[in-house]
Design a protein around this ligand. Structure first.
Ligand code: RB5
Length: 153
């Protein structure tokens, strides 16, 4: 798979180690920034990751900021993105099995690097269950998105 990976300044120290984890699993990383610890607006990076997934330049996206919250909010405003904020392996696994999440968000000020690495590995190695009830619910999310977009603002 191609994995779009982005971090803001708060999570910059996590980027390279996680990129190595992702590559060790046999995936290719698309680096969506940031490139240093200078302050950056998290939506800029989260949108870069989400747009890479939306536009087909990556199969899935991973984003980290201080809490993961801002990036998750931003990413879920992009059509077709199902971003999940996960701070342990259980929700990471469920976000794939039940929600078919195509973007993972983590807070680097919430979890240590080794747990972040476990979350990323769990998330990337867990497939969508394919179960009809979960597929129906994911379709409902897409339908709601399409309905919103069809309404005059
Ligand atoms: C940056 O200070 C911080 O706000 C950001 O990393 C993130 O936690 C936002 O949700």
């Amino acid at each position: 798979m191609i994995v779009a990976l982005g971090v803001d300044h708060a999570a910059f120290p996590y980027k390279q180690p996680l990129a190595q984890d992702i590559e060790a699993l046999g995936h290719r990383v698309v680096d969506c920034g940031t490139q240093n610890t200078a302050s950056v607006d998290y939506p800029t990076i989260a949108f870069a990751v989400a747009h890479a997934v939306r536009d087909g330049q990556a199969d899935v996206g991973i984003f980290l900021c201080g809490t993961g919250i801002g990036g998750c909010i931003a990413a879920n405003k992009v059509r077709g993105i199902r971003a999940a904020l996960c701070h342990e392996a259980f929700t990471a696994r469920m976000s794939r099995e039940h929600n078919d999440a195509n973007m993972l968000c983590i807070g680097a000020r919430v979890v240590g690097l080794s747990l972040a690495s476990e979350i990323v590995r769990t998330w990337l190695t867990t497939p969508f269950s394919g179960d009809e009830r979960h597929a129906r619910r994911v379709r409902m999310l897409a339908e709601a998105e399409a309905l919103l977009e069809s309404q005059p603002s």
